[in-house]
Design a protein around this ligand. Sequence first.
Ligand SMILES: C[S@@+](CC[C@H](N)C(=O)[O-])C[C@H]1O[C@@H](n2cnc3c(N)ncnc32)[C@H](O)[C@@H]1O
Length: 207
Amino acid sequence: MNVQQAYDTWSGTYDDDHNLTRDLDRMVMVQTLAGRPFPSILELGCGTGKNTGFLAQLGETVTAVDFSPGMLAQAQAKIAAPHVTFQVMDITQPWPTPAGAFELITCNLILEHIESLDFVMQQVHRALKPGGLLFISELHPFRQYLGGQARFTQDEQTTFIPSFVHHISDFMQAARQHGLSLQNLKEWWHDDDEGKPPRLISFLFQK
Ligand SMILES: C[S@@+](CC[C@H](N)C(=O)[O-])C[C@H]1O[C@@H](n2cnc3c(N)ncnc32)[C@H](O)[C@@H]1O
């Protein structure tokens, strides 16, 4: 099953599954971005819209994109606001979004499925306004080293979704190569993660 097919299959149960990574990511978003308004936001890999509603409170316009029709359908059923637009888009292909259009681009739990950070950072640089921000929240590579990866279980069968390890230095180098400078890096644990390596890592880069 490829990544797109896997998320189409998972879409109906994604919101209700026991998933500490999904829940922590939501908290990370709120803790990092609450109270910061942005005229124009691009959300990459919006999934079922878990973070889209929150971004809709911050942005005058929000463009939420994903390549899984199943995930997008869940998001669209949840969020009907005139300033939020949903779009089918594969972020590994040249982006149809206009250049220099966004003050904030967000990326939550999607980059583990992307082989080349380089291409994504290039497209981010093109899409951001000067001074614009890129926020990334991803499964921490320390977890990946221990075998962590996106997965779901339906009918007692577990599907492991194809994923790639990106070391912390990979994020830093790809961003720097494309004119994005690090503003903040944080590591995050869920309350149930005591004694374990960090579950998530977040970066805030600026163009
Ligand atoms: C784990 S879900 C995260 C969804 C949402 N950001 C969240 O935090 O709940 C990963 C999402 O990335 C999307 N995705 C993966 N690869 C993609 C690609 N190449 N282009 C666009 N979306 C992609 C999947 O379809 C899925 O909706």
